[in-house]
Design a protein around this ligand. Structure first.
Ligand code: G16
Length: 536
């Protein structure tokens, strides 16, 4: 039987800009919004094909550029389980985004339909949402045009959401009325699930006090909504909550700013109380980092590594209490501070896996454990509870009240964390729950290990695609000789470590350096970045 082709002549309204090669990067397409509409149209077409290919499962599309500055935007596709798009399909996305003309695009689409044997009469189902960027509404129009062109895919606009909320909805819709239903597939259902789990974990405890820097992004109204459902179990103050003014997004505030600059975000008084807990979200609230001012008045960062170690240590104690034999592992990237890895392996005795940057890589590695904790140092991460591990806990024959309490807490935590992707709101509650139970202030949390001083820098180069890496991004294979030049520098520094990799979200190359003192880490970072001047 001949496979019917589809007509996407409306792509003419969204011509591809000349001279640009689009790539599906670390977290989807991410560019200046002015050049993105052709790509977003094609993302609509591909999302509809992906849904049909999977028999009509719900696929998500998020219009966001997360931590990037206000003029940027992006699009990423969410797979039915709420995780990131399967890697083979990233290649198809890049291929469609680079079709030069509408005819070329139609040919590539029809070829994909043929090669993958996609039945285009299968109803497609795509849901989408956007962050608070000014360019969002226009890009949503381009997406809708792409969905319509792809044989009128059924689609639902969820308006303004955080990225993790869209991931939650995709998974909840696909598991609706099934034995492993993930949650009620509404925004309200999301808040209720998190709030109920938090209240269960912390019944009767004093509310923890926290000030949240929402990066002037969509996390601001959404965390306020969540707090209403928490009914006084959290004492929250919000700063940088002006999401209605998109020009302020991520500007001198937010998780990326605080992590990279290792300083307080704008919007705080100079006279910040000591030992009080703060946190920063990024622009679409899929990342979170915490911080405080210590007794000597020094800024202290509690980043993704500190969240991972806090969670792993707490979960390990609980698992031991259950006597269930479940295993726990932690997944990190090359950006993980050397001290955190050392602490996990030597003190907590937890296995650590290192993957390339990007939640998609960490997520898959974490699925190999009964309980997999994954966090990038930048604060992007979550905890995965393997379905078999949850089933084991649910049916476990308990022999003591302590064992039962530990099992109940673990099960409540599996509801508290958004297991589809890193989620600033859910991670916030996870951390507050642990700190409350342990009765820890931020300094107690921070004392588990001392970060090796480090520096993160960016450099603009003429073509970042020439930087090819291996060994979970810790070693450059191209350009030739650059890695040996870096190695020569690193060996001169006590506890020195440095690597260079191309960003998959910004048009820069990132440089990470670590050494025994801050002065030396800064110096190593600057020297490595000087090596990159040859590639400008
Ligand atoms: C995205 C990814 C993260 C990654 C970050 C930076 O975060 O989801 O996994 O760490 O980009 O990636 P790169 O170094 O390749 O630019 P977000 O919060 O911007 O979506």
């Amino acid at each position: 039987m001949a496979i019917p082709s589809i007509d996407i002549s409306s792509a003419d309204n969204y011509p591809k800009p000349d001279g640009i090669k689009f790539g599906y990067g670390t977290a989807g397409f991410r560019y200046n919004a002015n050049i993105l509409s052709s790509t977003v149209f094609r993302v609509g077409v591909l999302a509809a094909l992906r849904s049909r290919y999977l028999g009509g499962k719900v696929i998500g599309v998020m219009i966001t550029a997360s931590h990037n500055p206000p003029p940027d935007n992006g699009a990423k596709i969410v797979d039915p389980a709420g995780d990131m798009l399967e890697e083979a399909w990233e290649t198809y996305a890049t291929d469609l985004a680079n079709a030069a003309t509408s005819q070329d695009l139609a040919d590539r689409v029809n070829e994909l339909i043929k090669n993958l044997n996609i039945d285009i009469s299968t109803p497609a189902n795509v849901i989408y949402a956007r962050d608070s960027r000014e360019s969002g509404p226009a890009l949503v129009k381009a997406l809708e045009a792409g969905l319509k062109a792809a044989h009128d895919a059924k689609s639902t606009d969820y308006g303004l959401l955080t990225t993790p909320q869209l991931h939650y909805l995709v998974k909840s819709l696909n598991t609706l009325k099934s034995a492993n239903s993930y949650g009620v597939p509404t925004e309200e259902g999301y808040y209720k699930k998190l709030a109920n789990a938090y209240k269960k974990v912390l019944s009767g405890s004093e509310p923890y006090s926290i000030t949240i820097d929402a990066a002037n992004g969509i996390g601001a109204p959404k965390v306020s909504e969540l707090v209403k459902h928490l009914e006084g179990t959290i004492d929250m103050t919000l700063i940088n909550g002006k999401y209605e003014d998109p020009s302020l997004l991520n500007s001198s505030c937010g998780a990326d700013y605080v992590k990279t600059n290792q300083r307080l975000p704008g919007g705080l008084d100079a006279d910040v109380p000591k030992l009080k807990l703060f946190c920063s979200f990024d622009g679409d609230a899929d990342r979170i980092v915490f911080f405080y001012i210590d007794e000597d008045g020094k800024f202290r960062l509690l980043d993704g590594d500190k969240i991972a170690t806090l969670a792993a240590s707490f979960l390990k104690d609980l698992v031991q209490e259950t006597n269930s034999g479940l295993n726990i592992g932690v997944v990190q990237t090359a950006y993980a501070n050397g001290s955190s890895t050392e602490y996990l392996e030597s003190v907590l005795k937890v296995p650590v896996v290192c993957t390339p940057t990007g939640v998609k890589h960490l997520h898959h590695a974490a699925q190999q454990f009964d309980i997999g904790v994954y966090f990038e140092a930048n604060g992007h991460g979550t905890v995965l509870f393997h379905p078999d591990a949850v089933a084991k806990l649910q049916t476990f024959q308990v022999s003591s009240p302590a064992q039962k309490a530990a099992i109940d807490t673990l099960l409540a935590l599996s509801d508290l964390v958004n297991q589809t992707v890193g989620d600033a709101l859910s991670d916030l509650l996870l951390v507050l729950a642990i700190l409350t139970i342990k009765r820890w202030n931020p300094a107690d949390w921070n004392q588990s290990y001392t970060d090796l001083p480090n520096r993160l820098l960016k450099a603009e180069v003429r073509d970042r695609t020439m930087f090819k890496v291996t060994n979970a991004e810790r070693t450059l294979v191209e350009p030739p000789l650059l890695q040996s030049q870096i190695d020569n520098l690193v060996q001169k520094y006590s506890q020195g470590r440095s690597f260079v990799r191309a960003s998959g979200t910004e048009n820069v190359v990132r440089i990470y350096a670590e050494a025994v003192t801050q002065t030396l880490a800064d110096e190593l970072g600057v020297k490595v970045s000087h090596l990159l001047e040859a590639y400008k």
